[in-house]
Structures are given as structure tokens and as C-alpha cells.
Design a protein around this ligand. Structure first.
Ligand code: ADP
Length: 309
């Protein structure tokens, strides 16, 4: 079983508008509302991959109930810890080819809730083969909370996709995740410098001592594919140009592809291919966290993984 963790989920609302007018009323049809947060995107893709998945994290209030309903409707097993605060709304106004986002920061988690979650998580983790942690930590949790979770779920492998202080703390921590998936921006944030798609530059970047003892580092590079390090092997993943409809959530789809492939015991090449194919399939769909599997094999055969030292 794959356990997915979303600590700060949301109901994602998209408001498509021809024109967004300030300081007056904007009326909107075709409103779309989905259970969101990076971990739930990962969950939806895993479900479409036919993986056995359970979603967990923290939810509260009316919107928390809506998330559970959404998962039930999609026949996705879940076991969230209820909290006193309210799960958030995240609103995207799509207008004139632009996207204006209003993101609530979400509930503030108490120390008691944090301790209760660690216990809840330890029980679920014991039943999992592999676990993914995705996205930001809600307010109230210390920035080393993912490190605390890594300690309580030992020796289960963890695929981690987060950024900023939460990621920096994990890199400093004693127990390491099996895989991290920074994108180029997140990699630059960690290193304090931008990194191009040049193979030698990427090799140097991933050889930085901060990544020591992390088995897999997969840097996703949008339309440029990916670059990866597995133990002491480096791989360049090259992809073809595709028609992109909506790349939001492609990184989450990649995480789902990588996680399911690792659980299934795929080769390095197949793990990287599946991760990229899922990212590409997500980018080809309007809905975040959706993939049209009819195109899976064609893309899988076209993605090239080259070992580069
Ligand atoms: P994130 O969403 O975390 O920023 P990326 O944008 O790097 O992650 O996307 C993850 C993967 O999805 C990429 O490695 C690639 O395989 C695929 N992908 C994303 N954007 C595109 C694109 N514009 N064209 C083709 N593939 C894409």
C-alpha cells in the first residue's frame, strides 16, 4: 500500500472569467471545485495508476468533510486526523490568459494535534510499503515536522516533495527520505544559485554534501525533462516536445509515477520513465491530477534515459 500525506490540503476553486474587473461584481459560471493540495494530486494519479493507496494528513471543519466526500466519490481510501481548525480554500481566478490566485494560509495546528498526528501517522505507516509527503506544512507545526515523521516511520521508504524551510530541515535531519524531487527553482533555492540544464553543472549540484545519504534525487525540469542521481549514478532524462494544456500539478504526477514504480520494483530507467510520462500526461490535461493513459505507452517509448556517469 502507498500512503500519501497531505498536511495542508485545500478545496481548490477555479473561477474562469473573460474579464476580471476590480472593485465591482464579477459573475462566474463553470466553477470547478476539487480536493487539492499536492498530496491529493499525487493520490488521484496513483488511483488512476491502479495502485493501492490511502490518503492521510490533517483536515478540519466543513471543507474537511468536503474533501472526504470527494475522496469517497473517487473510491479513494482515506484516514485523516480531524483537527479543530478549518481546512482552507484556494482560489484561482483565470482571466485574460492570466491566473490570479488567492491562497488561504489554512488552519493553525496545536501542539496536542501535532503529537496526535505523529501517533496516527505511525500506525498508518506500519501498514504501508512506501509513503509520500507532499507540500507545505500548516502553521503551528515546527519546520522539522517532516523530520519527526521520518523518524517515526522508520524504516519505511519516503518520497518527499516539499520546499523551503521544511525541505532544508529534512536535509539537515538524521533520517533521510529515499527520494526527493526538487524542480529547478527549488534546487536553486537550496543551493543559493541557479543551475542550468548542463549535465556537468547538474552533476556538481547534486554532488553537494547537503544531499549526502539521499538515495534518489530527481530534479524535474518542466519541458526539459529531468536529471537524476541514484546512489552514485547520474541520469539525464530527455523528453519530446508535447502540446501542453495545463502543467499545474505535473510535479505531483511525477511523484506519483516515481513512487508507484519504486513500490513495484522497476529498474532505474523505468522508474524515471514512468515519473516523466505521468508529468507529461498531466500537462496534457486541463484538470490537475488527471492523466489520459491511452497515451502512456507511446510517451514511455519516447522518453530517453541516458546514464551520464
Ligand atoms: P513541478 O510541477 O514540481 O514544478 P515540473 O514542472 O518540472 O514539476 O514537471 C514535472 C515533469 O512533468 C517534468 O519532469 C516533465 O516530465 C513533465 N512536464 C512538465 N511540464 C512540461 C512541459 N511543458 N512539457 C513537457 N513535459 C512537461
Amino acid at each position: 500500500m502507498i500512503l500519501t500525506i497531505t498536511m495542508n490540503p485545500s478545496i481548490d476553486i477555479s473561477y474562469p472569467l473573460e474579464v476580471f474587473e476590480m472593485d465591482t461584481v464579477n459573475r462566474v459560471k463553470n466553477v470547478r471545485k476539487t480536493a487539492g493540495g499536492k498530496g491529493l494530486n499525487v493520490t488521484r494519479i496513483l488511483k488512476q495508476l491502479d495502485a493501492e493507496v490511502t490518503a492521510s494528513g490533517l483536515i478540519g471543519g466543513f471543507l474537511g468533510e468536503e474533501i472526504k466526500k470527494d475522496l469517497d466519490q473517487n473510491k479513494i481510501p482515506h484516514d485523516f486526523l480531524p483537527i479543530r481548525g478549518e481546512t482552507r480554500n484556494c482560489i484561482a481566478v483565470l482571466h485574460e490568459g492570466q491566473q490570479t490566485e488567492i491562497l488561504e494560509s489554512g488552519p493553525v495546528i496545536s501542539e496536542t494535534e501535532a503529537a496526535a498526528f505523529l501517533k496516527h501517522f505511525a500506525k498508518l505507516a506500519a501498514k504501508a510499503d512506501i509513503i509520500s509527503f507532499s507540500g507545505s506544512l500548516p502553521e503551528g507545526l515546527p519546520s522539522d515536522f517532516y523530520s519527526q515523521m521520518l523518524q517515526v516511520c522508520q524504516p519505511k521508504p519516503v518520497v518527499l516533495d516539499c520546499s523551503g524551510a521544511a525541505l532544508a530541515e529534512v536535509l539537515k535531519g538524521k533520517v533521510k527520505p529515499k527520494l526527493i524531487k526538487p524542480n529547478t527553482e527549488e534546487l536553486a533555492g537550496l543551493l543559493g544559485r541557479t543551475v542550468s540544464t548542463d549535465v556537468e553543472e547538474l552533476k556538481t549540484a547534486l554532488s553537494d554534501p547537503m544531499f549526502e545519504a539521499i538515495e534518489w534525487i530527481v530534479v524535474s525540469m518542466g519541458g526539459d525533462g529531468a536529471f537524476a542521481k541514484h546512489f552514485d549514478k547520474f541520469y539525464r532524462v530527455r523528453i519530446l516536445k508535447i502540446e501542453v494544456v495545463n502543467p499545474v500539478g505535473s510535479g505531483d504526477a511525477t511523484v506519483a509515477g516515481l513512487t508507484a514504480a519504486i513500490e513495484a520494483g522497476f529498474s532505474d530507467e523505468a522508474i524515471l520513465k514512468q515519473g516523466n510520462v505521468l508529468g507529461m500526461l498531466n500537462a496534457q490535461e486541463a484538470t490537475t491530477g488527471h492523466a489520459n493513459f491511452a497515451n502512456y505507452q507511446t510517451l514511455f517509448d519516447q522518453v530517453k534515459v541516458e546514464e551520464v556517469g
